[in-house]
Design a protein. Structure first.
Length: 193
């Protein structure tokens, strides 16, 4: 065989072997390390008296706020007849991962419907925290001052009759701004085929 042809074949096969070995190495997952998370240390948290927990947020001080009481999702739910009240719970992860307590909400009219959903917070420069909560019926975002213990005090209500339709998630971007999402609505009507 011609010397140059031999060199060419040798080079080609070396390149191919190198490619296949690398492919095989990656496909086999050699060199990856897998850390096992699942199934984890799961347990049921006690202390809830409402149902339909929807969202939660972990504050910088280790407390988790959990919104609960999504009544509107029940079929034929009649708001005018219901006395049901949603609740925001708190779990202090520095103390316990097994139970929650109810937060006091100050400033929201006692007679008004209270149905908390999406929840997020803003930490001010002075380290105090404002909590933003999506509420249904009326469809608003409410901002509360958190006292660091068990009380939320209403400080502002945001309303937008056109864009707040069926609010769902919230992400706070400053002490006076946020992103929200709507559910059950499409920008364009989707026709079933
Ligand atoms: C509680 O836990 C958080 C971390 O989740 C920590 O930053 C904070 O200092 C803790 N607070 C107390 C009072 O131990
Ligand atoms: C912390 O800062 C916020 C925002 O500027 C303000 O509304 C709040 O009153 C301050 N809290 C304290 C305890 O100074």
């Amino acid at each position: 065989m011609n010397f140059y042809l031999k060199v060419l074949l040798l080079t080609l096969s070396t390149v191919l072997i190198q490619h296949f070995s690398r492919f095989f190495y990656i496909v086999q997952g050699w060199g990856n390390s897998l850390l096992k998370h699942y199934p984890g240390d799961c347990h049921v948290v006690s202390g809830f008296s409402t149902y339909g927990s929807e969202d939660m947020t972990l504050l910088p001080d280790g407390k988790v706020l959990i919104s609960s009481g999504m009544f509107g999702l029940q079929p034929n739910f009649d708001y005018s007849k219901s006395q049901a009240k949603g609740i925001i719970y708190i779990m202090d992860t520095n103390k316990s991962f097994t139970s929650v307590e109810k937060l006091d909400v100050v400033g929201w009219p006692e007679s008004a419907h209270f149905e908390p959903h999406g929840i997020h917070y803003w930490e001010h420069q002075n380290k105090s925290v404002s909590v933003f909560v999506i509420l249904h019926m009326p469809e608003v975002v409410a901002r509360f001052t958190y006292d660091g213990r068990k009380t939320l005090t209403l400080s502002k209500v945001y309303e937008d009759k056109q864009l707040f339709r069926d609010l769902n998630g919230i992400f706070v971007t400053s002490e006076d701004s946020f992103y929200v999402t709507n559910i059950f609505h499409a920008r364009h009507q989707v026709q079933p085929s």
